[in-house]
Design a protein around this ligand. Structure first.
Ligand code: GDP
Length: 236
């Protein structure tokens, strides 16, 4: 009798996952930048929560980020006491006010400024659609800052395998990346989860994105009014 195929070894075994807190506003509280960080960006509804849950094999992780009051925050999760996954707020929510739609940029910029340990960004795009104006702005912004970026195409289960190939070719040309730099992912089938885990480990091995900046007077001050730290029961 033939042996059943061995399950693929998991390149990123999650031994511990802890919600550390949220950065709610520019120059607001954030955890001390002591561990390497990888941040996740994408427009609302792109499938970021579903992807994060698959990545860490937890149903509850994204529930923290989706708690009312936390959806517009930058949420920090410590993994294996070794690195930090950073969930950036989803941008470009169609029904949000113009002001709310524009609010991601100062917050994300402030996070980047205060993040000497950031190693890279995982940028999510819906495999079925061309990048939105917000997506293009975000991609341009990341390119401008020269932050190592991995692009993930989400919801590929909604495409046939022929359509998948076509979209991969089309989108890699549109955003100017090699197909090898793009991970095709589905939270429904788990396709691409291990490839994504490997890409994240690759980002974590990058040198720090930038050297710590000497904070100008008044900059990066701790914000006592809305610390957003986790309460003990938020350990996942
Ligand atoms: P977020 O706003 O970016 O965090 O998006 P969510 O993870 O909440 O997903 C938005 C919607 O897309 C939900 O209805 C999900 O069930 C659905 N969704 C997310 N990922 C996938 C996927 O890989 N395949 C399919 N078919 N649906 C998905």
């Amino acid at each position: 009798m033939s042996q059943p195929p061995k399950p693929e070894p998991d390149p990123l075994v999650i031994r511990s996952l802890e919600f550390i807190g949220g950065m709610a506003k520019p120059d607001g509280w954030r955890p001390p930048p002591e561990l390497p960080e990888v941040a996740f960006a994408g427009r609302s509804n792109v499938g970021k929560s579903s992807l994060l849950n698959r990545l860490v094999h937890r149903k509850k992780m994204a529930r923290v980020s989706n708690t009312p009051g936390r959806t517009r925050e930058i949420n920090f999760f410590k993994v294996n006491d070794a690195f930090m996954l950073v969930d950036l707020p989803g941008y470009g929510y169609a029904r949000a006010s113009k002001e709310a739609r524009a609010s991601w940029r100062p917050l994300i910029e402030s996070y980047l400024k205060a993040s000497p340990e950031l190693r890279g960004i995982v940028q999510l795009l819906d495999a079925r659609h061309d990048p939105t104006v917000d997506d293009s702005q975000m991609l341009d912004f990341l390119a401008e800052l020269e932050i190592p970026t991995v692009v993930v195409l989400t919801k590929i289960d909604k495409l046939s395998s022929r359509e998948r190939k076509e979209r991969l070719v089309h989108l890699s040309a549109t955003i100017g990346l090699d197909e090898e730099q793009i991970v095709a992912f589905s939270a429904v089938t788990n396709a691409g989860r291990n490839e994504l885990a490997e890409a994240i480990l690759g980002l974590l091995q990058q040198p720090s994105w930038k050297k710590p900046q000497a904070a100008a007077p008044g900059e990066m001050k701790q914000d006592d009014t809305s610390p957003g730290e986790a309460t003990p029961d938020e350990t996942l």
